[in-house]
Design a protein around this ligand. Structure first.
Ligand SMILES: Cc1cc2nc3c(=O)[nH]c(=O)nc-3n(C[C@H](O)[C@H](O)[C@H](O)COP(=O)(O)OP(=O)(O)OC[C@H]3O[C@@H](n4cnc5c(N)ncnc54)[C@H](O)[C@@H]3O)c2cc1C
Length: 571
């Protein structure tokens, strides 16, 4: 396996030539310029390449273990995490009021891409901690914030997101964990949770759990769920009544300790209002959804690098004219097709998620409230698209990169099968991709009475018009017209119609948005090799990927009848 190559040049290209980074920062009155951003990313990339990537395979083989009630991570994990914290990476975009460095979320997102590409099991630890800090900052009392926030922001302690139970996954209305008032603002939490990422480990002195549970007087359903902060170690230094009952044995992410957690009368404190815990948890979940999308992108990008290097090296078959052979497999059209499919997703996904990250920064930091509101709505619209499309395409990308290796991709030696196993979970956790798609159609398209999605389409249309008659712009304009038409037809659709259409609709939406990004990248001015490459890749995207919008639009328009016809017993 070759070294991980941080995509710093692509980040620089996007900041400088596509996203207008310096202008975006001065709009936000942030004292961060391109050079500073590039230097930060360079350092982050170095850490990922030198300290995380080399351990990825070994940790996968060792896995985390539960020994006499103690969770132990693979050799070197503790040291790597300590070095990550000491270098200040967890606090990169954190609020300076709580010890964060206040850098733009865009840099955080790209750090996440590199960490995920280098070592996904590791990446979940700081990723979940950051989401926990956001939920705490937005909803907790000042006392809880003072006690926990600085240590979560710095990474000295980690966070865990605790929703899922054996009988309650997607449908959190079914959850049974109880929380009873114990006076002085404390609660006694009792129940069992499953699938809890970083639920227990040996990396830090304390782990702060954010647990969904029901109060004794809670109404049934999701309106009766409250959120509780339950630390592994209590403020007086004693162990809380909670423990990892088992580690989940799973397909991938072997180094990541995914725990069954038992709360046996554990002490907790409420975060936010009684019965309004799900709304508070959504602060954490929305942050995590963007991160999980980036995990898909990060793995596909890393798998692409390995596959491209292998394809230039591996000799098999003869040249197309039969004159030379054996030739590097990169010469074969089918191998190029697979590599290009992954590459055009990774680079457009990187650009689209960066655009979304800048909206996230505008939503949180723009001086004008109207601008903040507008940007916030775009982030809400794009969050399910980033989560689901990036992880579906990320997994598909890992599989295509594996295919480039032939049989050598299936055996362990080259590391490709680990990318496939590790990336698969990203389509499932943080809300399955089917559920994300229904969120897009059922909740996000109606935002602002349809004005948010219309505004986003208008924004894309303006750039596509400005790009003139190049092929990528023309094809994306056609695809956008199709998307607008299909979007109009989905308005007011009933539950089955939404359920039947959503996954195809989300893919269609993502492909159009990628076409928009390819148009923006292809029209960046300059005559360096990168400009020529971006134009060639945009041509490939227009000719070979974008035509999929026609079949997707036909599938969306077909309605639910053929899906719902077969009676359940006949399956
Ligand atoms: C490795 C790993 C790590 C995880 N980490 C965490 C964590 O840190 N914290 C945490 O709380 N959870 C975590 N999870 C749980 C994860 O978020 C859930 O597994 C996921 O949300 C799905 O829930 P479920 O497994 O119960 O599936 P189910 O909800 O039973 O879904 C089964 C299938 O039915 C579909 N479905 C369900 N309801 C509907 C509906 N209304 N309409 C249409 N389709 C529907 C789903 O899309 C899915 O395809 C983790 C899981 C794994 C495997």
């Amino acid at each position: 396996m070759q070294a991980y190559l941080p995509p710093i040049e692509d980040y620089r290209f996007l900041m400088e030539q596509v996203l207008g980074f310096d202008a975006a920062m001065s709009d936000l009155e942030l004292d961060v310029d391109l050079e500073l951003a590039a230097a930060v990313l360079q350092e982050a990339g170095k850490f990922c390449a030198e300290q995380l990537h080399p351990l990825n395979r070994e940790w996968d083989e060792q896995g985390s273990r539960l020994e006499n009630g103690v969770v132990r991570t693979p050799a070197g994990f503790v040291e790597a995490y300590k070095a990550f914290v000491e270098a200040g990476w967890p606090a990169l975009a954190g609020d300076p009021a709580h010890g964060g460095q206040g850098l733009p979320f865009l840099l955080q997102l790209w750090l996440d891409e590199m960490v995920s590409g280098a070592n996904l099991s590791f990446g979940l630890v700081p990723g979940l901690t950051r989401g926990a800090a956001e939920a705490l900052a937005a909803h907790a009392s000042e006392e809880l914030k003072a006690a926990y926030l600085p240590k979560l922001v710095s990474g000295e302690w980690t966070g865990a997101m605790v929703l899922t139970e054996g009988g309650a996954g997607t449908d959190l209305a079914l959850l049974k964990t109880k929380a009873e008032p114990a006076g002085e603002g404390q609660f006694i939490v009792t129940g069992q949770k499953i699938f809890i990422s970083s639920g227990d480990h040996d990396l830090t002195d304390n782990i702060v759990h954010f647990v969904l549970a029901r109060l004794p007087d809670a109404p049934a359903g999701v309106k009766g769920i409250s959120l509780f902060l339950v630390p592994k170690v209590l403020p007086d230094g004693t162990r809380n009544a909670m423990s990892a009952g088992a580690l989940e044995k799973k397909m991938g992410l072997h180094a990541q300790p995914t725990c069954v957690m038992n709360y046996d009368g554990a002490t907790g404190w409420m975060v936010g209002e009684p019965h309004r815990g799900l709304a508070a948890m959504f602060t954490m979940m929305n942050a995590e959804r963007l991160m999980v999308g980036i995990q898909g992108l990060g793995i596909a990008g890393a798998a692409y690098q390995q596959a491209a290097a292998y394809a230039k090296d591996r000799l098999q078959g003869r040249s197309a004219d039969g004159a030379r052979g054996p030739v590097p497999i990169i010469e074969h059209a089918d191998v190029r097709r697979m590599l290009l499919n992954v590459r055009v997703f990774v680079e457009a996904g990187r650009a689209l998620s960066a655009w979304t990250a800048l909206q996230y920064d505008r939503a949180n930091r723009h001086p004008d409230a109207a601008e903040r509101g507008k940007a916030n709505a775009f982030v809400a619209l794009l969050t399910p698209v980033v989560k689901a499309a990036f992880t579906d395409l990320g997994f598909e990308g890992a599989v295509q990169a594996q295919q480039v290796f032939g049989g050598h991709g299936y055996i362990r030696e080259w590391g490709m099968e680990q990318y496939v196993r590790d990336s698969r979970i990203t389509q499932i956790y943080e809300g399955t991709n089917g559920v994300q798609a229904m969120d897009l159609v059922g909740r996000k398209l109606p935002l602002g009475g349809g004005t948010v999605v219309a505004g986003f389409f208008d924004l894309m249309a303006a750039d596509l018009d400005a790009a003139g008659d190049i092929q990528i712009a023309e094809k994306t304009r056609e695809a956008l017209a199709l998307l607008r038409d299909v979007t109009g037809r989905l308005q007011g659709a009933d539950t089955d119609a939404v359920g039947a259409a959503s996954v195809d609709y989300l893919r269609l939406f993502a492909l159009v948005a990628f076409g928009w990004m390819w148009t923006r990248m292809a029209t960046a001015e300059g005559d360096m090799p990168v400009h020529a490459h971006k134009r060639q890749l945009a041509e490939f995207y227009a000719a070979r990927v974008l035509p999929q919008v026609h079949s997707l639009a036909a599938q969306v328009s077909a309605g639910p009848a053929a899906i719902m016809a077969l009676e359940a017993e006949a399956f």
